[in-house]
Design a protein around this ligand. Structure first.
Ligand SMILES: [Zn+2]
Length: 309
């Protein structure tokens, strides 16, 4: 890693529930080991401090920014306390469509629909714009390609088609509602509690969690503006940071960035692999995805980015 570079890391869920396919979950035990290791060996800075140091041309050496995407309730129940224990700042990017509801994201519906029922396979039927789609998902043996195919398809949908698809999924799966609690999103009270701490920042991750590239211009503006206003109302302070759902360069455009600027955001984080350097555009900041690694694997992964400088 060169001098004046920073690493932004990305988590989703912190919980002790089983990981099935999506690999979004890090156990509380592994998470605490990650944060302890980082706090003992690196400078964990807030996203806002990274932006300030970037502006002044002086990113602190060995600096790391911690972020969370999607807004799972376990961020409040499991991650917050560990971050506070090590005085580690973090930014939580919340997708606001499921706040104060018991609705689940589509990737969790599919995962639970396959892995928590008694059958070893399930069929998924969707009808969109008079067209029929069918996927056969198998758990034993696990058919990863079908899982990827349906996920890739759902990632291309705009928010109105995704709403229809999610409603159809909910009707097809026999889901054990008791596990919903573990997959639910933050409530407004939980968001408010997180935002009370000076260590934490709340950012926006759209309302519908669709690829913004799939949306019309007007819908993009809604998906950028509405969650900002809602979150600001909940926490009583400004929301200036954004992260792109799915986050690849194909999931947003220069038009998206224009809308973000127009709505008062000062930064947007992507899911592009890389370190942040002084040259990086604040609306395309790269991040590195963290998996449920034990301390040794996490350490090895992080150290590969800090071999120089
Ligand atoms: Zn996301």
């Amino acid at each position: 890693m060169l001098p004046h570079e920073c690493l932004i890391i990305l988590y989703h869920r912190i919980s002790n529930n089983p990981n099935y396919y999506n690999q979004l979950n890090v156990s509380t035990f592994n998470f605490e080991n990650h944060i302890r290791y980082l706090s003992e060996n690196f400078e964990i800075i807030s996203l806002q401090d990274l932006l300030k140091s970037k502006e002044s041309g002086n990113i602190p050496p060995k600096s790391i920014v911690i972020t969370f995407d999607d807004g799972y309730a376990d961020n409040f129940h499991n991650a917050k306390g560990i971050l506070e224990k090590y005085s580690a700042p973090a930014t939580f990017f919340v997708s606001t469509g499921n706040i104060d509801t018991k609705e689940l994201f589509w990737w969790d519906l599919i995962e639970l629909g396959l892995f928590t029922n008694k059958k070893s396979s399930v069929e998924v039927h969707l009808n969109l714009h008079q067209k029929n789609y069918l996927w056969k998902l198998s758990r034993e043996p696990f058919d990863i390609n079908s899982f990827i195919n349906i996920s890739d398809f759902l990632k291309t949908l705009n928010s109105s088609d995704l709403r229809s698809a999610t409603d159809q999924l909910k009707k097809q799966f026999i889901l054990d509602k008791s596990v919903f609690e573990y997959y639910r999103c933050l409530t407004s009270d939980e968001i408010k509690e997180i935002a009370k701490s000076a260590l934490f920042e709340i950012g926006s991750h759209t309302s519908a969690h669709t690829s913004l590239a799939a949306e019309t211009d007007n819908e993009q503006i809604f998906q950028i503006k509405n969650p900002k206003e809602l979150l600001e109302k909940i926490i009583g302070k400004g929301v200036r940071s954004f992260s792109y759902p799915f986050g690849t360069l194909n999931d947003f455009s220069s038009n998206t960035i224009k809308h973000l600027r127009d709505q008062g955001y000062i930064t947007a984080l992507a899911d592009i692999q890389g370190n942040v350097s002084l040259m990086d555009d604040n609306f395309k900041l790269p991040r590195r995805y963290i998996c449920n690694w034990d301390e040794i694997n996490f350490k090895n992964y992080i150290q590969t980015f800090f071999l120089v400088g």
